[in-house]
Design a protein around this ligand. Structure first.
Ligand code: ADP
Ligand code: GLC
Length: 474
């Protein structure tokens, strides 16, 4: 079975968040299970691209409305990531550094999808299935089944995975002309709420869709930024499959990005050494419980609650708890957190920016990881925390609800709270501060967490079963 994963991000080529981690890992595990899974993504002018060798697979030109654009499909020569990796390079659109936030984002991702379809059409490739990830690749199912240009490909099944249903990539009808020749009687399949909505279109046109956790699949029908009714209507096509983690990259025994590697048997010593390294780097004392946050500084992650919640917690536990925050995002929040550090330099340290290696050190060296998310389709941070013996403190939503059990319950290991609110965070901090001195209990929780298996083995297989269920077509 030959699968093409289509995605805007893939670790380590270009990462903004968890989408990259998933698309950088799932195909690797699928290949190990005997499925030929390749990744096709936009070209970005980044370190991985510059440092590796590429061969040109295909060159052609296509039309974005009336604008002709040239594109190249480049293949990484060695398959070093454990799967075939193709980049689509389009001068002026897909040859830049950043993944998102260009003013012509709509044109950028439409051109990416058209180039992909033209490539497989003209080069006579016929994957058995196309697996689209998020709205950036959401027009592919519609175009495959409703454009005379791609008739040859129109029997190929498509699966859509929703990593984040908050973002749809919607744009106005004035841009319809950017799409190639389509069956004009089918434009309703592009539409939601008066606009062309790539995520909605993908949900309507794909053969099956998945959400990245069972709870998130349900939540999409009540909280998806306007698509609730669509998810309700289409629910028979949906499945929830929890993400795995790449246990080769996220392995405290072999991780070269942390200060001291450690196994489950050496968890206490190992975590202490990493905590010392982290605290020394940021001038924090090691003798208090350390609670960290890693993530995009946006409302979805509950990052706006952090300044007030941390302030109140520090006041409630003077000299009794430390905080470390690693993130980038909304400028107002970045400023508020920087101000918080100035106000409480002894108990709160902040690193504004994106730093992959530092994130590894934080998972290894912190005692608790706080995730007060308002929306969390799956969440990978809590899974990395578990693997590194760090107790997750999570607001129970989406994948957080499905993966973290409270230490107060049988077999549990985390701290769960119900509301994304300052009060609930402060209460969770209180529980963490109370738990921390009980070293025997903390030790047994750490061991329990590290023994959990959130590897891709099970979930990669679930995706393969889903592909196979689409068989006679495959
Ligand atoms: P999302 O994709 O919604 O941001 P996930 O929990 O799925 O959330 O994945 C976030 C990923 O991005 C994790 O690998 C996390 O370690 C990483 N990450 C987020 N912010 C930063 C940062 N500032 N520096 C380093 N890594 C980060
Ligand atoms: C999205 C979600 C996150 C999920 C990730 C990978 O970015 O916000 O919860 O873990 O995709 O599926």
């Amino acid at each position: 079975m030959k699968i093409f994963h289509l995605s805007a991000e893939c670790y380590p080529v270009a990462k903004v968040g968890g989408l990259a981690d998933v698309v950088g890992a799932l195909p690797k595990y699928q290949n190990q299970m005997g499925v030929e899974a390749a990744v096709v993504m936009p070209y970005y002018e980044r370190k991985f691209v510059q440092e590796n060798e590429w061969e040109v697979q295909f060159q052609a030109s296509s039309l974005l409305g009336t604008r002709r654009f040239y594109f190249e499909v480049l293949k990484e020569k060695t398959n070093k990531l454990g799967f075939e990796l193709f980049l689509i390079k389009i001068p002026g659109l897909l040859d830049r550094e950043n993944v998102y936030s260009y003013p012509d984002e709509t044109e950028q991702f439409i051109a990416f999808q058209l180039a992909f379809l033209d490539w497989i059409n003209w080069s006579q490739q016929s994957p058995d299935l196309i697996h689209c990830h998020d709205h950036h690749t959401g027009l592919v199912p519609f175009l495959l089944y409703n454009s005379s240009l791609y008739k040859r490909l129109s029997a190929i099944p498509t699966v859509l995975t929703i990593h984040n249903g908050q973002y749809h990539g919607a744009f106005g009808w004035s841009k319809l002309g950017l799409l190639p020749e389509i069956d004009i009687t089918k434009t309703g399949l592009l539409e939601w709420n008066g606009a062309i909505n790539p995520l909605a279109s993908a949900v309507k046109c794909c053969w099956k869709y998945t959400a990245v956790s069972p709870s998130y699949l349900e939540e999409l029908t009540v909280k998806s930024n306007g698509l609730e009714y669509l998810f309700y209507l289409e629910r028979a096509k949906g499945t929830g499959i929890i993400n795995g983690i790449d246990t080769e990259i996220w392995n405290p025994k072999t991780d070269s990005m942390i200060a001291e590697s450690f196994s489950i048997q050496k968890v206490s010593v190992g975590k202490q050494k990493n905590k010392e390294a982290l605290c020394a780097r940021f001038g924090i004392s090691t003798d208090r419980p350390l609670i960290s946050f890693i993530g995009r500084l946006v409302g979805e992650k509950g990052a706006d609650l952090l300044p007030e919640a941390i302030k109140r917690s520090i006041i409630a536990h003077p000299g009794g708890v430390n905080f470390f925050l690693l993130g980038a995002g909304e400028p107002v929040l970045q400023d508020e957190l920087t101000a918080l550090q100035k106000e409480f330099p002894d108990q709160c340290s902040v690193f504004i920016g994106y730093d992959e290696a530092l994130a590894h050190l934080v998972y290894a060296g912190t005692d608790f990881l706080l995730m007060p998310s308002r929306v969390e389709p799956c969440g990978l941070n809590q899974l990395y925390a578990l693997r590194y013996g760090t107790i997750p403190m999570v607001r129970i939503t989406g994948g957080l609800k499905d993966t973290v059990l409270d230490f107060g319950d049988d077999g549990g290991y985390g701290i769960r709270f119900i509301q994304a609110s300052v009060a609930d965070i402060v209460e969770a901090v209180r529980r963490a501060v109370e738990l921390y001195p009980d070293t025997a209990k903390v030790q047994s929780i750490r061991k329990r967490m590290m023994a959990l298996d959130f590897s891709w083995d099970r979930s990669a297989k679930e995706y393969i079963n889903l592909y196979e269920s689409l068989k006679p077509a495959i």
